[in-house]
Design a protein. Sequence first.
Length: 131
Amino acid sequence: MAQALTSTLLPKPRFRYSPAVKAGPWIRVSGMIALDAMTSVLEPGGPGAETAKIMANLIGALPEFGIALDDLVAARIFTTRFEQFADINRAWEAAIDSMVTPPARTSVGVSALPLGASVEIEFEFYKDSAL
């Protein structure tokens, strides 16, 4: 049975969805854009800054989900600015630098993302003893 997970450190959803869902040992984190949790304002500075904010938001919420970054098995990056993917990749690599085994990753260019974001990332984790 699926269980919704929430975090006090993530921006509140604006629509009806769960920020994360646990089903058995799998935890799926909904696509995240670079919103400030307190103000719900999009991080300025373009794709690299947005990616860094997304990763910081994610890493901050992981303890509330009962998982760690090393439990990350897959991520999907969506961007409207694929020509600036090097900036996205630099922020991504800085965030996952400590991981022994980097996750699988897919990157997709899209025409638009919610709230004018240029980057959205969704995540999948695996941990038998999660919440």
